[in-house]
Write a protein that binds this ligand. Structure first.
Ligand code: ADP
Ligand code: ZN
Length: 722
């Protein structure tokens, strides 16, 4: 459209679409990534379909020229429709959603080489402690100066000094290097009859290239991955791209290995741990269509695949698919919408589907595919409850006698055990025995959690850390601080005291913080260098260890407190998932769940294996409360560092609430975390009927209220907790 107007979404969330003139011979079309002038500045933007967005009226004589267009393919039309839908549904600025589709600006330059740095092995004459630390932490890794400085936790100047001293050298990396093409016939498995039936359906859906969501519902270890790999093979044969979303980057590494075994090379990975050059290479390969299979975290959902043929959401029940800041989207739901705009099947794979997903099946919108038994000789583990009132652990300990004996037996047979407690650190609360002082985060309504391995107290909400003091800061009494309750580190201590010869590993986001760390852990498990794993929810998903035969859930009641309507469902999913780690090989598995309330419906459902009646009762409770998937919620979070300003704004918003049939507004009340990262937070909860146009109502409502600049108002449509 040279010589014409272009309507552009510029990368500034406070601005709506703006019109520009396209200079002669500049190849701009809808989706083109452009550089636009704004006042004295230059901003990145994306040209949009002019008939789909309105912009401020500007006369031809006042139009400014676009400054340039990036040498990358335009964002494809189905992606543009997805971006519009996401902004509309989640009440977010278009620019905030578009930004998720774009790479960092460096990937837009046509360069084929990037300059990175790596250690040479030469030790500089002047080896300061900082230089030594930098060289040790960098090891054999490479990256930009900034990236190496971050890895080494030193300033950029230290890295530059090491370059001058010859200890670090610059290297050119080829960022245009093509990725190997996965081979659909590399090593196809012999499928079981059930798997073959399911994979035939999925292959047909990929070949048909039409939108269809599937729930692939198969127990842990039933071979869901192997089965949807057949659909991936079909997409590769058809020359179309596949996106596989995983909930956790720690799972990428085992996934890459399995993919390699099946298809002969690794897929393209996309997650927050990539170096800038890797990110740039991946983005360009995705946008050109050269990347055939992409596995990634939820952010991979908005990338510009030109010919998507299949989307898989693995572990689709996972809560981490919900983004909790910026654009508050749910990747599972947006994946289904992307499939709709692309016209391709979407597979939600899980052993414990969300009630929302089961409801879509009941309505006939999603097709259900079932793998009811484990693959091969593996059996589902037996699940048994331990009543902590009748069979209590010794004072000050958390492992009950029955579980202790079971671990004795397991280790005696040379097998591996897993103890699950969804709490990082040593103890969730530290207090002074003399004066009762408790350690609270200065920025959040939260206790500081003791991490004994690093001798620090840490806030799990904002990351604030402080050294664990020797004396109470309040009464100055020495040696009077006591740890209350257990975290994984404390359970690991207890296990070490009970089984002094056992090799114990702690698996949490503190110990497994990168794909490489995850790979290291998997290798140690496989080589039998670990006897007992103590882990948080990080250990509950994806992993397959044939010699792991015993799972102990330390506190099955933990997730049930708080009175959230989702609590029972979430506990059921989490415990079923961790139970699913037991007995995946040919040795039978056993699961013990320690609880104070073995009669609770969720415990009964876990022990009896009767998921159906549990889900039926939970669904009925949701229906009675008119909660999702029947009714709908949205949360409006009003926050500020100034408590009064936040409170006043929240009340003003509350007073302006529309009084209409089909929508109720509750609050404002202090939000569940009433202070977070130094900001005071108030929440209004909107409850609406399913069919009520809640986005439109909230948009109109908020546009009629003003609040001071120091107040931030965020809307969370379909909030996770309600
Ligand atoms: P899920 O994803 O349902 O938990 P997996 O796909 O991880 O199950 O399968 C469990 C185990 O069974 C894995 O080790 C997998 O390699 C193996 N497996 C599944 N299907 C087959 C098959 N058809 N042939 C060989 N091994 C299989
Ligand atoms: Zn905090």
């Amino acid at each position: 459209m040279p010589g014409e107007r272009a309507r552009v979404i510029v990368m500034n969330s406070a601005l709506g679409p703006l019109d520009y003139r396209v200079p002669a011979r500049m190849p701009v079309e809808p989706g083109s990534v452009v550089v636009a002038p704004l006042g004295p500045r230059q901003l990145l933007g994306v040209a949009w379909d002019a008939d789909r967005l309105s912009a401020e009226e500007v006369g031809d004589n006042r139009l400014r020229n676009l400054l340039g267009v990036a040498d990358v393919p335009p964002l494809p039309a189905p992606l543009r429709r997805l971006i519009e839908w996401t902004a509309d549904y989640y009440l977010s600025p278009l620019a905030s959603v578009v930004r998720m589709a774009l790479p960092s600006s460096s990937a837009l330059e046509g360069a084929k080489l990037a300059t990175e740095y790596r250690a040479t092995g030469h030790v500089p004459n002047r080896l300061t402690p900082q230089r030594a630390q930098a060289l040790e932490r960098i090891g054999d890794r490479q990256g930009l100066v900034r990236e190496l400085a971050t890895i080494a936790d030193v300033s950029d100047a230290v890295i530059r000094g090491l370059v001058k001293a010859g200890a670090i050298e610059a290297i050119e990396v080829d960022i245009d290097l093509p990725y190997p093409a996965p081979d659909p016939d590399h090593a196809p498995p012999a499928l079981s009859a059930e798997q073959a039936a399911v994979s035939a359906t999925l292959r047909a859906a990929v070949a048909g290239a039409a939108f269809q969501p599937f729930l692939l519902d198969g127990v842990t270890g039933s071979g869901k991955t192997e089965t949807y790999f057949e659909a991936v093979a079909e997409a590769i044969e058809a020359g179309r791209q596949t996106l596989v979303l995983l909930p956790e980057i720690a799972l990428t590494e085992p996934f890459l290995k399995r993919f390699h075994a099946r298809f002969g090379c690794e897929p393209v990975a996309w997650h927050s741990g990539l170096r800038q050059s890797q990110r740039r290479r991946a983005w360009r390969a995705i946008a050109s269509g050269d990347a055939k299979v992409v596995v990634g975290a939820r952010s991979a959902l908005f990338l510009p695949y030109p010919k998507l043929g299949l989307i898989v959401v693995d572990e689709a029940h996972e809560t981490s698919f919900k983004q909790e800041d910026g654009v508050h989207y749910h990747a599972r739901d947006v994946a289904v919408m992307r499939g709709m705009f692309e016209g391709c099947p979407v597979v939600l794979a899980t052993a414990t589907p969300a009630i929302e997903t089961r409801h879509q099946v009941a309505l006939g919108r999603y097709a259900e595919l079932k793998l009811p038994g484990r693959y091969g000789a593996a059996q589902m583990p037996a699940i048994q409850a331990i009543d902590l009132l009748r069979d209590p652990p010794p004072r000050g300990r958390w492992i009950a006698p029955t579980l202790t004996r079971a671990i004795d037996d397991t280790l005696g047979r040379g097998e591996q055990a897993l103890l699950f407690l969804n709490r990082r650190g040593y103890a969730p609360l530290t207090l002074c025995r003399t004066c009762g002082h408790r350690f609270q985060c200065p920025n959040c309504t939260a206790w500081m959690v003791e991490h004994r391995l690093i001798r620090r107290l840490a806030c799990h909400h904002c990351g604030h850390v402080m050294p664990t003091p020797r004396a109470c800061p309040e009464c100055k009494e020495e040696e009077s601080l006591v740890a209350c309750g257990p975290g994984v580190e404390r359970i690991a201590d207890e296990a070490a005291a009970l089984w002094p010869d056992a090799r114990i590993a702690i698996v949490t986001s503190d110990t497994i913080w990168s794909p490489a760390k995850a790979a290291e852990f998997v290798a140690r498990m496989e080589h039998r260098e670990i006897d007992i794993v103590v882990g948080t929810q990080l250990i509950t998903k994806g992993y397959h260890f044939p010699d792991l035969t015993l799972v102990g859930v330390i506190d099955a009641d933990l997730g049930l407190s708080g009175g959230d309507l989702r609590a029972a469902e979430r506990s059921f999913q989490q415990i079923m998932q961790v139970a699913g780690r037991a007995g995946r090989g040919d040795k039978p598995g056993h699961v013990y769940i320690q609880t104070h309330d073995p009669a609770a419906p969720v415990m009964q459902a876990l022990v009896s294996g009767d998921a159906e009646s549990f889900y039926a009762a939970e669904t009925e409770a949701r229906q009675d409360a008119d909660a999702p998937p029947f009714g709908r919620f949205a949360a409006i979070i009003v926050s500020s560092e100034d408590r009064d300003a936040a409170h006043d704004a929240a009340r003003a918003i509350g007073r302006a609430a529309p009084r209409v049939e089909g929508m109720d507004v509750f609050g404002p009340a202090p939000a569940p975390l009433s202070m977070l990262r130094g900001r005071h937070r108030f929440r209004l909860l909107v409850h609406a009927r399913r069919v009520f146009p809640v986005q439109e109502a909230i948009r109109d409502w908020l546009s009629g209220v003003d609040w001071p600049a120091k107040v931030r108002v965020a809307v969370d449509v379909d909030p996770y907790s309600f």
